[in-house]
Design a protein around this ligand. Structure first.
Ligand code: GDP
Ligand code: IMO
Ligand code: MG
Length: 430
């Protein structure tokens, strides 16, 4: 299977970055297909930590071409800062390619993000305030500025003038300050100069790589439950993190995808607002947050923590047609006498086994749990399936049998090495 999509099977931060790094050594192309710098993908190599927001984590492998695909929204300033920071930490990097069709995030998007959240008051989404929603709004409204226009000085000047006039009216409507054209144009033209050499027809690059049997890894961002259509709308992001998004956001069709790997934590976390049926607001939730250092890579916010929700996992297994599961952070649960897993919901006196698409109903469900034995061993030294305690293996087997998706690998620590490949055939031979 030369092409693999890595998707988040929960609400994001499942450790997709780590898996992309592990597989990246065997990839020709690593392609981000949705979102922008709302993502935060952590990679730890030999104790050195890298945090990626826009650049595919695969860039750490010098043989890789790291592509920012057409489905992304790109903050030019963020991209350059990230590139310089990564380059300073590791001079030998892969090649970068940026899609002409990706959209540009401007400061007015960030300001509007904040103003819209303020206006929503109690119903705010709890965004990362990176301007992601407003940038995708412009895309859907057909007024967004794309990278190909941005790096063409004359076209950019004309487009920015036209769009800024419109955006300034919006900013004022929400009580914000209008932005000055010349200063914005000057600052962003300088970014465009630096970004121009990376800009290319990435759809063609990817299509040709697929046609010639090269290994292409599609690096999902966010999580399936944050998908605009498949997630907990309106408490979602504005793009398509699910596997289908890999087609929309790169220029290939569904038959070009050979495998879809869903990454999920051994428990559940969520950042921002919205329903979370298995959330633990007690000391066990706090214990998981502390034990797992569950604080966001992008915003530093404490993540909401709870038990594993198998109803959610089965939903995301289906919407992504997962071919394999990678279970991460299993080490974090060590030390619990018993672990709970949610296997159905109770809604208005009825037991249901699916995620209701009405989010106001999902907010009402009560999780039905099964209790399974915990384990106390430190899992971080485990490198083979047999090294795991029997209770941990039983837990993983329950995940497989409930979702019908085989486990491809298990992660027992943040480092590249702290990985147990269970079924190498699902992951380019491990
Ligand atoms: P992503 O957004 O899906 O790439 O995930 P993040 O990088 O935002 O969050 C995952 C966090 O878990 C990072 O801090 C990783 O270094 C860390 N991590 C990854 N795998 C493991 C694991 O198996 N165990 C533990 N304890 N931490 C892990
Ligand atoms: P990675 O790729 C976790 C959440 C935000 C908020 C909602 C909308 O690191 O897994 P946005 O700024 O996208 O408009 O915010 O989506 N969110 C994430 N949560 N991990 C992410 O990315 C996220 N990207 C967005 O917290 O609830
Ligand atoms: Mg993250």
């Amino acid at each position: 299977m030369p092409t693999l999509v890595i998707v988040g099977a929960q609400w994001g931060d499942e450790a997709k970055g780590k898996l992309v790094d592990v597989l990246g050594s065997k990839a020709d192309l690593v392609v981000r297909y949705s979102g922008g710098n709302n993502a935060g993908h952590t990679v730890i190599v030999g104790g050195k930590e890298f945090r990626f927001h826009l650049i595919p984590a695969g860039i750490l492998h010098p043989g890789v071409t790291a592509v920012l695909g057409s489905g992304m929204v790109v903050c030019p300033k963020g991209l350059l800062e990230e590139y310089d920071r990564t380059r300073a930490a590791q001079p030998e990097l892969g090649r970068l390619a940026v899609s002409k069709a990706a959209h540009v995030v401007f400061p007015y998007h960030r300001t509007l993000d904040a103003l819209e959240e303020q206006a929503k008051g109690e119903n705010k989404v709890g965004t990362t305030s990176r301007g992601i929603g407003p940038a995708y709004q412009d895309k859907a409204s057909r007024i967004g500025i794309r990278i190909g226009e941005f790096v063409h000085p004359d076209v950019f000047r004309e487009r920015l003038r036209e769009v800024l006039a419109y955006k300034n009216r919006m900013l004022q409507l929400f009580g914000g300050e209008p932005m000055e054209f010349e200063a914005l144009y000057e600052e962003y033209s300088a970014y465009a100069e630096r970004i121009r050499p990376w800009v290319e027809e990435t759809d063609v690059l990817i299509q040709e790589a697929v046609a010639s049997g090269k290994r292409v890894l599609f690096e999902g961002a966010q999580g399936s439950m944050l998908d605009l259509d498949c997630g907990t709308y309106p408490f979602v992001t504005s793009s398509h993190p699910v596997a289908g998004g890999a087609c929309l956001g790169t220029g290939v069709g569904p038959r070009a995808i050979d495998g879809v790997i869903g990454v999920c934590k051994a428990y559940t976390t969520r950042v921002g607002s919205g329903p979370f049926p298995t959330e633990l607001l007690d000391e066990t939730g706090e214990w998981i947050r502390t034990q797992g250092h569950e604080y966001g890579t992008t915003t530093g916010r404490g993540r909401r923590c709870g038990w594993l929700d198998l109803v959610v996992l089965r939903h995301t297994a289906r919407v992504n047609s997962l071919s394999g599961l990678v279970v991460t952070r299993l080490d974090v649960l060590s030390g619990l006498d018993a672990v709970q897993v949610c296997t159905s919901y109770r809604l208005q006196g009825r037991e249901i086994g699916f995620v209701p698409s009405n989010t106001f109903e999902l907010a009402e469900v009560e999780p039905v749990y099964q209790t399974v034995p915990g384990w106390s061993e430190d899992l971080r030294p485990c490198r083979r399936w047999e090294d795991l305690p029997a209770a941990a293996r039983t837990y993983l087997e329950a995940m497989e049998s409930f979702t019908g998706v085989p486990i491809a690998a298990v992660s027992v620590g943040p480092d590249r090495e702290e990985t147990i490949v269970v079924r190498p055939e699902l992951l380019w031979g491990g």
